[in-house]
Design a protein around this ligand. Structure first.
Ligand code: HEM
Length: 85
């Protein structure tokens, strides 16, 4: 789609995969990135994922817009919902 910058996959690998390898969760095993687990917490859309990273729960660092700008958060969100079903 001609978007500039790194892909959602590359951004996920850089910022998220340390704790969420293959969409899992090595810190809190109950909260993987799979659709069923996310849905239990109302995290369904790419926008929901992008919002969650700003203000996550216990054990996950919050990512400010300085660290991950909105356009990158959107790409990560899209990657998560398209990849982890
Ligand atoms: C939860 C995404 C980085 C640790 C979650 C959830 C999402 C998410 C969508 C909710 C899962 C659910 O409800 O089943 C992301 C993304 C990241 C990222 C997109 C990168 C931008 C990290 C990192 C860590 C981490 C680096 C560890 C240092 C956790 C933990 C939870 C969680 C512990 C559970 C939080 C809670 O119980 O409220 N993550 N994550 N995440 N993530 Fe991440």
């Amino acid at each position: 789609r001609g978007e500039a910058g790194p892909s959602g996959a590359a951004l996920f690998k850089l910022h998220c995969a340390g704790c969420h390898p293959d969409g899992g969760n090595t810190v809190n095993l109950r909260r993987t990135l799979k659709a069923a687990d996310r849905a239990a917490y109302g995290i369904r859309t790419a926008a929901d994922v992008a919002a969650f990273i700003r203000n996550p729960g216990v054990g996950m660092p919050s990512f400010t817009a300085g660290m991950i700008p909105p356009c990158e958060a959107k790409k990560i969100g899209r990657y998560v919902v398209e990849t982890f079903r």
